[in-house]
Design a binder for this molecule. Structure first.
Ligand code: XMP
Ligand code: MG
Length: 189
């Protein structure tokens, strides 16, 4: 989509079109392909639900035929139906496999304060992976409250509430193929 014509009525502005996202994700896939040459085992950990679309496109952009590439998923929650971070992270579903001795990339949709990802990285580090890196689609730079390492970043964005391409507000809008700013009247009452 290259214009605003077919945007969902609750989207204020288009941030990144389907094509822009696709191009960026392909670039990240190429970087990962280059950086993990020689890796024996690479696990991509998708953080549900927000990263499902990013994860799906990213894994198809990675080309490592000599590496055992596997996927695993974790479900954590921090926000509920609100739009500000509570700083409390709850693990709703843990990984299915151990990550000890493996190269790990955490695939996350968005970093705001950084609290969620920081907490998650501490937890995963304690399981002794060979390496631990992060690939984050969106980062709200002005929102950062803690330092958190992001190796692969999709886009830096302003402090607005984003929906689409897997990201939700109260479980809605995940299906939109683009990233857009949610109209304020949809979440401020
Ligand atoms: P923190 O503040 O812990 O927050 O870095 C990260 C988590 O907050 C959610 N989040 C958003 N979700 N649109 C969303 O759909 C947004 O603009 C947004 N900002 C933060 C998200 O779940 C992420 O994992
Ligand atoms: Mg969410």
């Amino acid at each position: 989509m290259n214009s605003n014509t077919n945007l969902h009525p609750n989207v204020k502005t288009l941030l990144f079109s389907e094509n822009e996202i696709k191009e960026r994700v392909q670039q990240i896939g190429r970087e990962i392909t280059k950086d993990y040459q020689g890796s024996k085992e690479l696990v991509l950990i998708g953080i549900l639900k927000g990263s499902f679309m990013f994860m799906s496109d990213l894994v198809r952009a990675i080309d490592l035929p000599d590496t055992l590439v596997t996927l695993d998923f974790m479900s954590i929650s921090s926000y509920g139906a609100s739009t500000t971070s509570s700083g409390v992270v709850k693990i709703n579903m843990d990984l299915k496999e151990a990550i000890e001795g493996k190269d790990v990339i955490v695939v996350e949709d968005i970093v705001d304060s950084g609290l969620t990802l920081k907490h998650l990285l501490e937890l995963l580090q304690s399981r002794k992976p060979k390496s631990l890196a992060t690939s984050v689609l969106l980062r709200k730079k002005e929102g950062l409250k803690v330092e958190v390492p992001v190796k692969y970043i999709g886009f830096d964005i302003p402090m607005v509430f984003i929906i689409g391409y897997g990201l939700d507000f109260a479980e809605r809008y995940r299906e939109l193929p683009y990233l857009g700013e949610l109209k304020e009247e949809c979440y401020k009452h």
